[in-house]
Ligand binder design. Structure first.
Ligand SMILES: CC(=O)SCCNC(=O)CCNC(=O)[C@H](O)C(C)(C)COP(=O)(O)OP(=O)(O)OC[C@H]1O[C@@H](n2cnc3c(N)ncnc32)[C@H](O)[C@@H]1OP(=O)(O)O
Ligand SMILES: CC(C)C(=O)C(=O)O
Length: 562
């Protein structure tokens, strides 16, 4: 890189726009969406789409609800020409959808383009020529008047040709290509000249598409340019002002949004931002950005994964895992504090209330994505993530202090493996630590209990256990079943906390119990168990905690203090 980039690159000049209005506007309704996936998107593919792929993509765009679809550059390739003919002849264009076909402003190309649409109910011929100084000088070697003549003559020819096919409702779209790097006065001049030929009316508008063919400035500059054009073009009420932002600086979405605030009525782009170089603006992100502001975009992305699948297949380009709204990882949190907040947010979120789940700008369910993938666990995760997964996948509602205790087990595992820990792995770790306990000192076998309504010591219990693989029976009594069980064990146990909940419902319901206790002077530790009988679950949970105490070095057995 250069020490002084100013020797090679110039800053983009600001637009002298007095009292610009767009910064204080908000977007309250969606623009007209135009998909150029089958044209700008297609021309940027390593392998352009086949007829079959184009058709499947077209049908998906229709299903999503896009009403203006640029279907190709029919004069450029036989496939594009054949595709337009197929749509027209096989009557595959719904009544409320309009096809658009692109052509350079060259006679033979215009003729073939108009031919491709004959018989269509409605079609828009999109004609362009590049107007920026560098194109005038380097590519065309023409002055401003000659460049205006290319556009004017092209429009005249289109007008003559379409007049010969009155059964089709024809529209015109004109793009001064490379608009955003062109002097505004010259862009106005050429657009007005095209309008003077086409003669649009408020009832029969002409589309003026103002592309940032190469994005060269911050989005506010583009917004200024659009507001300037909206203020200064002739017959504004007979025009649909369209924008076509490219993403060379990575700010196409912002540029499109600010341009709409500045007065653009229509946005051209591609699903997930395919298109020349860094792509066209991503229509999905734009639409869902609106949706998260409470404005329905008029497009349906409620099964966004199936849309992504089709687009990836047709474009042969994967969508990035961090792509807004659709990427594999965008509804996933690995870091502990994010997981904690998301878990709490989901727990508090009411179905019909305003969306308030921290870190998630949209409800994944609105896009047909599942909550399961929201939280994933690795070494950066805390208790919230693993607790969420255990609850969602296995119905285990761990009390808070148990979450803290068990998260250390998960953390050790994640650090050692260096990998993501799946929900099934977390459950296996939990089962090993609390349920299975390979070297358990005590294992529950059976119990018999009687309750006496008289006196203080009302519960009598006989407990059968395996103690270090030796069958033993103990008797005890207490003022409740757990008290009686603990007394029967004859160990110095102090119960600190107890939680239980049902897993499932009806005949298959089981009880989960979590018991926090201290054995002698040992640490306070949890035990956990699941059983179809709630008392058995709680006895097993006590033994689970005792076993963990002993495994961590407490003396066994510890005699109960007198
Ligand atoms: C910004 C955009 O995305 S615009 C869309 C771009 N898409 C495409 O180009 C994809 C399809 N294009 C093609 O297949 C071909 O370019 C074709 C069929 C359109 C034309 O092919 P060719 O006749 O071989 O010309 P080529 O591709 O080299 O284009 C350059 C010529 O077109 C002229 N030209 C370029 N744009 C325009 C225009 N909008 N209006 C009139 N002439 C133009 C150039 O001056 C140059 O003319 P020259 O050869 O006399 O110097
Ligand atoms: C044809 C025009 C609209 C274009 O694709 C561009 O300028 O990027």
């Amino acid at each position: 890189m250069l020490i002084n980039p100013a020797a090679k690159y110039r800053p983009f000049p600001a637009v002298p726009l007095a009292e610009r209005q767009w910064p204080s506007r908000t977007i309250t309704h969606p623009p007209i969406w135009m998909s150029t996936d089958l044209r700008d998107g297609n021309q940027a593919l390593i392998e352009p789409m086949s007829l079959d792929k184009k058709l499947r993509f077209f049908e998906k765009l229709v299903q999503v609800g896009i009403k203006e679809i640029e279907v190709g550059f029919p004069s450029a390739s036989q496939t594009d020409f054949d595709f337009v003919r197929m749509l027209v002849e096989e009557k595959r264009i719904p009544d409320d959808v309009t096809i658009i076909v692109l052509t350079q402003a060259r006679d033979e190309l215009i003729r073939r383009t108009v031919d491709s649409c004959i018989g269509a109910r409605r079609a828009i011929v999109h004609v362009y020529n590049s107007v920026a100084p560098v194109f005038r000088r380097v590519v065309f070697g023409m002055d401003e008047d000659q460049i205006v003549q290319i556009a004017v003559k092209g429009t005249q020819l289109i007008k003559e040709l379409v007049a010969q096919h009155p059964d089709t409702e024809w529209g015109l779209e004109y793009s001064p290509e490379s608009f955003s790097t062109t002097e505004l006065e010259f862009s106005k001049r050429i657009v007005d000249a095209v309008g003077a030929v086409w003669q649009p009316t408020p009832a029969n508008k002409m589309i003026v598409n103002l592309p940032s063919t190469v994005e060269a400035a911050t989005p506010n500059v583009y917004a200024d340019q659009i507001e300037w054009m909206c203020r200064n073009l002739n017959d504004r009420d007979s025009l649909v002002i369209s924008v076509h932002p490219h993403n060379d600086r990575g700010t196409a979405v912002a540029a499109a949004e600010l341009a709409v605030m500045a007065g653009a009525d229509r946005v051209e782009g591609c699903l997930f931002g395919n298109g020349e170089r860094t792509g066209n603006v991503d229509l999905v992100t734009l639409a869902l950005n609106l949706y998260t502001q409470g404005v329905h975009p008029g497009l349906d992305f409620s099964d966004i994964d199936s849309i992504r699948q089709l687009v990836e297949e047709c474009n042969q380009i994967p969508v990035h895992p961090r792509h807004p709204y659709v990427g594999d990882l965008v509804f996933t949190a690995f870091s502990g504090s994010h997981q904690d907040a998301i878990k709490k947010g989901f727990a508090k979120q009411q179905a019909d209330a305003l969306w308030e789940v921290p870190y998630l700008p949209i409800d994944p369910a609105d896009l047909g994505r599942s909550y399961d993938a929201v939280i994933r666990v690795n070494s950066q995760s805390g208790k919230g993530g693993m607790a969420y997964l255990l609850e969602q996948e296995y119905g285990l509602e761990l009390p808070r202090r148990l979450q803290i205790e068990f998260s250390r087990v998960v953390q050790r595992h994640a650090d050692a493996s260096g990998r993501e820990v799946a929900a099934a792995d977390i459950h296996a770790l939990f089962a090993k630590e609390y349920f299975e306990q390979d070297d358990a000192a005590y294992r529950y076998t059976a119990h018999r209990m009687t309750e006496d309504s008289e006196g203080e010591q009302r519960v009598q219990i006989e407990v059968s256990l395996q103690e270090r693989h030796v069958p033993k029976t103990h008797q005890g009594h207490g003022n409740g079943p757990i008290d009686a069980f603990v007394n029967a064990l004859g160990l110095d146990i102090r119960l600190m906390d107890y939680h239980e909940h049902a897993i499932g419902s009806g005949a298959d319901a089981r009880a989960a119990c979590y018991v926090e206790l201290r054995l002698g002077n040992g640490p306070t530790l949890f035990g956990a168990a699941i059983d179809s009988n709630i008392l058995t679950a709680s006895f097993k949970a006590v033994l689970s905690a005792v076993n963990r105490q002993l495994a961590q070095g407490a003396q066994a057995p510890v005699a109960r203090a007198a």
